[in-house]
Ligand binder design. Structure first.
Ligand SMILES: [Zn+2]
Ligand SMILES: [Zn+2]
Length: 275
């Protein structure tokens, strides 16, 4: 199986490098059958989100491309919603529910922006204890899983983004692993598609996708369904690390993955010869 579909795609409406039509051309060049856009929905605490005025323009542009490329590429209109933001109930083909921020006194702190911002958040808001920040993050993810109507749960172990060298926290420590496994179980039992996200590989932060192996193995053990995406912000990385990620999923016990083929999410078998 070769994965020719991606539904987590950003563009220069906000923080992506390329225009939506550039992403369409990249998808066609890769032989994709389906490309879903998922721009960051408006959040007033997030500079990397659409303004309310941009949202109709975003929808119009994706729908224009859908018509222009009909018959050559299935183009989907998605939306990445930040859990703490109000939701614009416009008609989208699917929603990705993500936690990028944590509420703290006086506002929100971002866990996704830079390592320095994450370290400052630990110091200033969590008493210097990275496990306390991680616990707050997974608490927020669990509340989002319980409260969302979204089809897809976005990058539910995002807090490991800047911890590739394990020098922010020990991901085998029970203070971290406990919330990870509880979140994995809740996500799996929700029946929603759990995203396996390669975006941090494309941007040079990590060598493997998130969630990491421990969380993936527990999602699998609890019967969860997974979907691979590139969280693409640059047309050159639209299928970043897809073959390696499918092999990782097979090594973690998965025998199928889900993908969008047109407007429907479908289950596909992972071949045995992935390595
Ligand atoms: Zn995100
Ligand atoms: Zn994203």
């Amino acid at each position: 199986m070769v994965l020719k579909s991606n539904i987590h795609t950003h563009s220069n409406f906000v923080d992506g490098r390329d225009a939506p039509e550039d992403m369409v051309r990249a998808a066609l060049a890769l032989g994709f059958h389906t490309l879903g856009f998922s721009e960051h929905g408006h959040a007033d605490y997030d500079d990397c989100s659409m303004t309310p005025a941009q949202e109709p323009a975003y929808r119009a542009e994706v729908l224009r491309l859908r018509e222009k490329y009909r018959g050559r590429l299935n183009i989907l209109l998605g939306y990445e919603h930040d859990w703490f933001a109000p939701f614009d109930p416009a008609p989208y083909d699917y929603i990705i529910e993500s936690v990028h921020y944590l509420p703290v006194p006086g506002g929100y702190v971002c866990v996704d922006n830079t390592r320095a911002i994450l370290e400052a958040a630990v110091r200033e808001h969590f008493g210097g204890d990275p496990y306390a920040l991680c616990r707050a993050y997974f608490d927020a993810v669990c509340r989002s899983i319980e409260g969302t109507g979204a089809a897809v749960l976005g990058h539910i172990e995002l807090v490991m983004k800047f911890n590739e060298r394990r020098d922010l926290f020990d991901d085998a420590d029970p203070r971290y692993l406990g919330p990870v496994l509880a979140t994995a179980e809740l996500a799996a039992r929700s029946g929603r598609l759990v995203e396996v996200n390669t975006g941090a590989i494309a941007r040079g932060y990590r060598r493997e996708p998130y969630p990491g192996r421990a969380m993936l193995e527990h999602i699998r053990a609890c019967g969860g369904r997974v979907i691979v995406t590139s969280d693409c912000h640059d047309a050159a990385f639209l299928d970043c690390a897809f073959p390696e990620t499918l092999a990782l999923l097979r090594a973690c016990g998965f025998r199928t993955v889900w993908m969008y083929d047109g407007p429907e999410a479908v289950e596909r078998a992972l071949p045995q010869n992935l390595s």
